[in-house]
Design a protein around this ligand. Sequence first.
Ligand code: FAD
Length: 280
Amino acid sequence: MIPAPFEYAAPETLEEAIAALASGGGDAKLLAGGHSLVPLMKLRLATPTLLVDLRRVPGLRGIERNDGTLRIGAMTRHADLQERGELGLIARAAGSIADQQVRNRGTIGGSLAHGDPASDLPAVLLATDGQVTARGAGGERTIAAAELFRGYLTTALADDEVLTAVTLPALDGWGAGYQKFNRRGEDWAMVGVCALVKRAADSSCEDVRIALTNMGSTPVRARAAEDALRGGPFDAAAIAAASELAAESTQPPSDLNATADYKRHLARVLCGRALTEAAA
Ligand SMILES: Cc1cc2nc3c(=O)[nH]c(=O)nc-3n(C[C@H](O)[C@H](O)[C@H](O)COP(=O)(O)OP(=O)(O)OC[C@H]3O[C@@H](n4cnc5c(N)ncnc54)[C@H](O)[C@@H]3O)c2cc1C
């Protein structure tokens, strides 16, 4: 439970943070809330030689809305999102993370950069078709949600890049649902389902997006269920039929909490509940 020795830097600008990160080669790590990295260091599953703390870097925290787009700074805490109920899906998902102590320190940037498929916010980014902004020594780039998550705890971010912001469409007029199943309130999701639905004037389903947490090595979209609903009726029968397809093409790993089959069952049940919530 004692981390390996490491150096610590607390830069006061983004440029200094990027330079410090680059100076450590692949052995330096950014520190945000520390709620994923520090436990890994204590177990010696991560042994960075340099920690670059982002907490003094200005401009990385806050939520802005412009022209139907939400821009969320990478150091925005889960608690900051949770308190903004008008943000809809992301506020709801952030409020379901662990307990208040974790939400008071954990950040959206840390959660997305960590790339844990059992985390709640990666599926939200995928469902909303959001993107992240990353800055490194080579400049700034944006990475779409569908490109960000590459594998278990692996993202498209380079070793010398800082995730600076998250951009999401506000999706005004869409209904949203988030359903998560765990044994205790503070546990990670055995399975989670985000659903976003846009109804047409006649109440049919104009568009729909469904993303799954912990149903593979990355968050995934439930495309078969989406295709079954899009352009058709959006009633209890249609929701039930589409939910049966929620686990199509997924390969959830069995773990201590649930077998792969049980996770597929949960995906179908939670998809129905999330769509019903979105409909309401
Ligand atoms: C008891 C417990 C229960 C939890 N339960 C849940 C849960 O139910 N759902 C859930 O979603 N999460 C859960 N978490 C994880 C929590 O949400 C973490 O806070 C989050 O995953 C990581 O955010 P962080 O700010 O703490 O990142 P850190 O731990 O500081 O960093 C995580 C990783 O991201 C990198 N990183 C951090 N910020 C950046 C950045 N801006 N740019 C590039 N790389 C960066 C770090 O170098 C590190 O590799 C839980 C954590 C604990 C301790």
